[in-house]
Ligand binder design. Sequence first.
Ligand SMILES: [Zn+2]
Length: 253
Amino acid sequence: MKWLEHQRIRHILRHHPIPLEYWEAVIKGSDLFHRLTSVERAHLRELATLFIRRKSFSAVQGFELTTEKVVMIAAQACLPILKLGLDYYNDWVEMVIYPAGFRVTREQRRESGVVEEAAQALSGEAWLQGPVILAWDEIEADLAHPHSGRNVVIHELAHKIDMLNGAANGLPPLHADMSQQHWSTAFSHAFDNLNQSLEKHHHPAINPYAATNPAEFFAVVSEYFFSDPKTLQRHYPAVYEQLTTFYRQDPLE
Ligand SMILES: [Zn+2]
């Protein structure tokens, strides 16, 4: 089986790679990918090619998905796993794309036991073992400002990586050479620091949405790691260091 799968992958990469015209348009069209070497870009193209084959992309609310848009999403989605491999995205298949931010209604259980329906506006969502949902207008805005610290595709895929060992909690499955204690110390100090500065009404070092909970913190710092690494490294160097070890990349190199 392994051998057959290997042959199949080789066949796809050799005969059905992402067409070069689309690939170059995406890679050269956004600063997000500029730091990558030519070898890394070629590897990212392979991962994105296989990502597109393995995932199902569906557009809703009349949105039209073109090859170029799918390639744009796949290239960003594969950036976090460039050195980790596509297996990190194994337990789900569906990508759902909305034209713009979407509203969802959720049941929220109050402490009193009352369940309320609350409407929320979202630009992306990742379900445990379920789909990744994204809003196209947000994806476009992120690519136009690649160093803003915001990237909805990376945010949702970071949740998926976090969910590899159960519900999202800000602790993805660490590599054997990593220490859970070092990770937890770095992340909890930074998380507390951000919450404290918000309580004091200070200007937050990073997107305050990160203060929501440890899962959102991990997703938001992952966005910074790939799109604005300088800001993350300056304010939370220990978190930055843990992420270089985890993602096996150093965007500031
Ligand atoms: Zn999130």
